[in-house]
Design a protein around this ligand. Sequence first.
Ligand code: MN
Ligand code: MN
Length: 462
Amino acid sequence: MDENVKELQKQLTWEFPHIAKEAPDQTKEAAEYCEGYKAFLNKSKTEREFVAEAVRILSENGYQEYEIGRKYETGDKVYYVNRKKALIMTTFGCRPLEEGIRLNIAHIDSPRLDLKPNPLYEKTDLAFLKTHYYGGIRKYQWATIPLAMHGVVITKDGEAVNICIGEDEGDPVFCVTDLLPHLAADQNERKLKDGIKGEELNVLIGSIPYAGEEIKEPVKLLVLKLLNEKYGMTEKDFTRAEIEMVPAVKATDVGLDRSLVGAYGQDDKVCAYTAMTAEMATEKPEYTTVTVLADKEEIGSVGNTGLDSDFSLHYIEYLADAAGADVKTVLRNSVCLSSDVNAAYDPTFASVYEERNSCYVNKGCVLTKYTGARGKSGSNDASAETMAKVIDIMDREGVYWQTGELGAVDVGGGGTVACFVAKMDVDVVDLGVPILAMHAPFELASKLDIYNTYKAFKAFYK
Ligand code: MN
Ligand code: MN
């Protein structure tokens, strides 16, 4: 009798397993996979760098630049770059395009401090850069950490010069200052969100004056002289530049067991990298794949490199035109993974989560039916049919996955690109990696979860 009850319980109840307990062999496979991931992250801290590095790797792996109007064969692999900041990859499938495509969309921009267009100033013999933060940051986290300078400046001759300081061995780094505790009595009374205010996110860049005769702002001049020697730029060139201050930290293992990756920008480069490598591993898929790595998600997917732009729709229109297919039929029959990270349950801050419906580190990729806030507002809310389709794809290939909401009801909320995909009349659901300390300068993700997200994408493209 007892045995029967246990058997019945096993049949009727469900809990998402811990991967390392159920499949200990995966720990090693996941660790090996993440070596490539960490190396890639270190070369790709901004969307432009991600695209450049991805194109280099794709070109080495049989991908050709997409030619509009050309008809491609099953198994052909192409990439398409949108304004150096967004990337689309395709492996052409066996089935006709009108039976739908397998769309997978992640984003490659991450929260950071952008330089203002007129950033450089000197005060009391110290030179600083004014910044305007990009995306949802907790401002107090960005002071007193080493920052690297990344970006591009277009010189007056129209030449694009890449900027990168703070990543190579021996490079200097930069820093936002904060008060010492001895003098912080007033600051301590501020609300945490104002611990460091937006206009206090000033980056220290120099302190030695230019030697020679007495001039106004000699420290600023020395900084400009050094930038000019390195990049040929002048102060005016800041106005035709995109320069970003990002954490100078390298991707590294976290924990004595090395089970986690700690790095800047894992939201959402972890989904972008797993999507790209799964796309690369795909040969002659059943359905044509379209992997989009978009920009600007962190500020609402706006701009012509973000997903609210029609650039990905236009790409699918090009594919449909070349194949003689009706694009509306293609879209209606397609399935999309809106691949983005979710908040992993953190027992230190348990009250913002609901235990039964949170995602957990080491339980696999997280399928997020809906995001949004205040009663699912702004959410895509995937249908039961779409959930069933994606769950079936993962179960058939033995992928470890779990479900999770972004925190407890009415605690906060957020959105992803899923709503923009749904607008194209495509079935879409969010899937991604659980992250601890999301949007912090140093975010944490489990290697087993990263690996199973890769496996989920491979199954999706198969
Ligand atoms: Mn994201
Ligand atoms: Mn984000």
